[in-house]
Design a protein around this ligand. Sequence first.
Ligand SMILES: [Zn+2]
Length: 481
Amino acid sequence: MANRRPGAAEKRRLSTAATTATVSSWEDDPGSGVRVTRPVPNLAAKPLAFAFPKPAPPAGMYQPGTADFRYWTAAEALRRGADFWAKRVPLSRWEVGQVLKVILDEGVDLNAYYDRKALNFFHGPSPSGTVYSGESPDIVCHEMGHAVLDSFKPQLWAAASHEAAAFHESFADMSAILSAVQLPSVRNAILTDTGGHLYRSSRLSRLAEQLGAAIRAQQPDAVDPDCLRNAVNSFTYLNPVNLPQSAPASQLSSEPHSFSRVFTGAFFESLAGMVAATAANENTPTENELVSVANDLAGIVVAGVKAAPVVSNWYAEVAAAMVKAAAAVKAAYVPVLKATFVRRSILSMHAASATETLQKSVAAAGAATRTASEPLASVALTASQYGLDKPLLVQTPSQSRAFLATSAAPDASPIEPDSAVTAARAFVDDLFRQGRIDYNKVGRPERRLEQRRRLRTHRLVEESSVVRLERLLFDCGLCRK
Ligand SMILES: [Zn+2]
């Protein structure tokens, strides 16, 4: 059903009533092939309004494979996800303003990205036919997740930091998962499929199955065997500064999508543990219990992000702030979060055990509030090795810490965080090695490290005495044209 190619007759709308109150869309991903009937979404609804391509097809029950079905699938998923986050964060506008543009099909590419102008989607070949990234609720809610996080933590946009960039990807995957959980039919299906044990591979944990299959056909080791990324995974924290810049999907690298899986895995494992810890019957949680815990966890993630300073070991700072935030929501959540973050080495045992003391520290809370608006320090890095004649000015993960949270090394010892400059240097080295930088005509052509046919996430901007590094976008990644 997912990839059936319709005939001309089928392309006609099944329902002719332009005033129909419902639309047909995919539940989570075309690869799952499960459809759901939903109320007609209002894209202009505030606070988080969208501008879709015009003219809009009349709302109706269209067949998969048609542009009209894709339009309403994207619209339904984005409205559902944005309404969820608007309430949770809360948000009164996007980082880009009152309205976020959505471009449903910009041409051939197995990709999607958020560039502070719009959510951008594409189409490309797969063994089962053409796939459209904008047709997957998983992918559209992932891209919207970038826009949501950018709207309440804009400092992460330009931070030259592996952990900040990877967390952006993780938050976007959490957005896809949490947006899916808002559908009662998904909750019921997942509880049945997993026998009530949520930390098992399921439609909920597997993200972007269809796009994953399309990428796998071109680059077999670039994605997981059954999807783009699976939130059920056993990756544990390693300092990304010391990781390889690229690795097969079965291994961890410092590449943001790869490294994001450490935090997403902890998030998903926490969700399952928190449901089991609070359900009336831990073996048979109800769909109401699942959505209630998922919404609590979303609020805890948001609180952690807001409180954490943008520093080189961002994962540990967010995790520690989440443990603190959880204590104010439900005591039973705290040991689950601590145990998960410690098991993933995102928090050292020392840091996890110190969160209670910090909980009582009024001074720390005050410092955290001050930190939120503190600008990131710009540092000029020597840049001759990148083929540049002037120093490269980058924003470093340099906000002040109210307290020190640490991740753990494989031997369980706390990891002393790298300096902001060391973290920034490692991140920028990887951008150049991965070909993610648009030189923008800066520097002599023969000295540049340019890779053709690679989507650029950053660009160089020449100023009088320095070259400045600017972020262009967050992409969904892993695909080379
Ligand atoms: Zn992304």
